[in-house]
Design a protein around this ligand. Structure first.
Ligand code: AMP
Length: 215
């Protein structure tokens, strides 16, 4: 028997938005994905199983064949930067903007490396390189907003939704780097080898997205 199609989902806010999509596709986990310590779940579909991963781990799992496909934010995919992944469906969920932000009224140092606090080090490096600036990256996993306030960085690169978190910490948005939404991500290999199962899922997901935006 061939291995089941393995679908990697991201924990957290994206998972809450993903479950109704799976349901719309007729894929139901056989037990609750939230509140369990398990990482792999069977579904009502004998040929499909689910993995529940950290959002940043979805691209490497899909790229390296640990999963055939997954759902990941464009922000995470830009940072991961693989040409072995394709994004056949824009799910138009979890919309946010990848931006730089600084203390209100602050300016970048005129020379030298720009100190950037972020979990998006690759994105930040490319963004500032396009402006002819090198960065001194400070890799953080949360609370980037604090770094400029305590004088640890000149700027942050983070995802922004309403901008309330920036404002609450005395920061203001500056450059828009990219818009981000959740994407279906499939490895180029699985796209070929598991086409018979993946293609109908892509079509159903595209129909689901069109229906959501038809009203
Ligand atoms: P906001 O105050 O609405 O701009 O939200 C900003 C906070 O929520 C920041 O800490 C972001 O890291 C996080 N955030 C906003 N949108 C998203 C998203 N779509 N996915 C993940 N984190 C997000």
């Amino acid at each position: 028997m061939t291995e089941p199609l393995t679908f990697a989902l991201a924990k957290g806010r994206l998972l809450d938005e993903t479950l109704p999509i799976l349901s719309a596709l007729g894929i139901e986990p056989t037990e609750s994905l939230t509140g369990s310590r398990k990482l792999m779940f069977e579904t009502n579909h004998p040929e499909i199983r689910l993995l529940v991963l950290r959002a940043t781990d979805v691209p490497p799992y899909v790229e390296r064949g640990g999963a055939h496909l997954g759902i990941a934010g464009k922000d995470t995919l830009l940072e991961y930067g693989s040409d072995m992944l394709c994004e056949p469906v824009d799910l138009k969920l979890s919309a946010c903007r990848l931006m730089t932000a600084m203390r209100v009224g602050a300016t970048l140092p005129s020379t030298g490396r720009v100190r950037v606090a972020t979990k998006y080090v690759n994105v930040a490096r490319a963004h500032f390189a396009a402006q002819g600036r090198q960065i001194d990256p400070i890799k953080l996993y949360g609370a980037m907003e604090l770094a400029p306030v305590v004088g640890m960085s000149d700027v942050i690169v983070d995802v922004v939704d309403t901008g309330n978190t920036l404002r609450a910490n005395g920061l203001e948005p500056r450059d828009l780097i990219a818009h981000s939404t959740a994407r279906l991500v499939v490895s180029r290999v699985a796209m070929k080898t598991r086409h018979a199962l993946i293609q109908p899922l892509i079509e159903s997901l595209n129909a689901w997205v069109d229906k959501q935006h038809a009203a």
